[in-house]
Design a protein around this ligand. Structure first.
Ligand code: GLP
Length: 245
């Protein structure tokens, strides 16, 4: 695992965007795993700018998002499909047919999750998976548990995640209680992973996740065992790890 403390949040985004761009340059038909949350917004803006400037093309890229709220239609402004269109898909030359987000509007959890795993396999697996880090150490929506969930599955969100994500909804009652998410096995099967984390409120969990014991109680800690993981944090999120980086 490579751990990088960037010079600023902008530098974190730029470095992460450059890493994604390097995968697309090396293989224009690569498969990218994408993430939502506020942290990747800056790097998506960088990729949009690069694409508009003609430096990069997503025309042959396939994408799979990590997760989606169960019960939200793609048009809902808090759905992750909506987020991805707003911040990336609608501004780049990607074929939207090649963009995949779990079907949050489909209540048949078993069917949604099995189909998602099959689609990833049919695409040849994920070349580079982008990840954010939840305040409790979750990746995707893999919440702290007693075991590492393997495949795409339906999860009950923890109170702390509902609380953390309520800032984006009109009221906490509007936050869905469940989500579909790639499993830890799905994420670990990606050939490379790239994690971005920003903010002082993540400093403690960054230290635990990337320098503490590997445990399903801190789901992101498993990334320490990934053969090609790069973690890029802003100075605030990396504050407690200066001696370790
Ligand atoms: C959500 C997403 C995660 C994301 C996390 C952190 O819960 N499911 O994939 O990493 O939020 O988001 P933020 O970057 O807004 O802190």
């Amino acid at each position: 695992m490579e751990f990088i403390i960037a010079e600023s949040a902008e530098d974190m985004s730029r470095r992460a965007a450059d890493r994604i761009a390097s995968f697309v340059e090396a293989d224009p038909s690569c498969v990218l795993g994408l993430a939502t949350g506020t942290t990747p917004i800056g790097l998506y803006a960088d990729l949009v700018a690069d694409c508009k400037a003609g430096k990069i093309s997503f025309a042959d890229v396939t994408t799979f998002n990590l997760d989606e709220y169960r019960g939200l239609a793609p048009e809902h402004d808090q759905s992750y499909r909506y987020f991805m269109k707003k911040h990336l898909f609608d501004h780049i030359d990607i074929d939207q047919e090649r963009t995949h987000v779990p079907e949050g509007f489909n209540p048949d959890a078993d069917a949604v999750c099995a189909a998602y795993e099959q689609a990833i396999e049919a695409a040849g697996g994920i070349d580079l998976q982008l990840l954010g880090l939840g305040p409790n150490g979750h990746i995707g929506f893999n919440e702290p548990e007693e075991t590492f969930p393997k495949a795409t599955h339906c999860v009950d969100l923890t109170e702390s995640t509902i609380q953390a994500n309520s800032r984006l909804f009109d009221s906490i009652d509007d936050v869905p209680r469940q989500a579909y998410t790639m499993g830890i096995g799905t994420i670990m099967a990606a050939r490379s992973v790239l994690v971005v984390v920003e903010g002082a409120h993540k400093a403690e969990i960054v230290k635990k996740a990337f320098f503490g014991p590997v445990t399903p109680e801190v789901p992101a800690s498993i990334l320490q065992f990934h053969p090609d993981a790069v973690v890029i944090v802003d100075p605030a999120a990396g504050e407690l790890c200066r001696d370790m980086a």
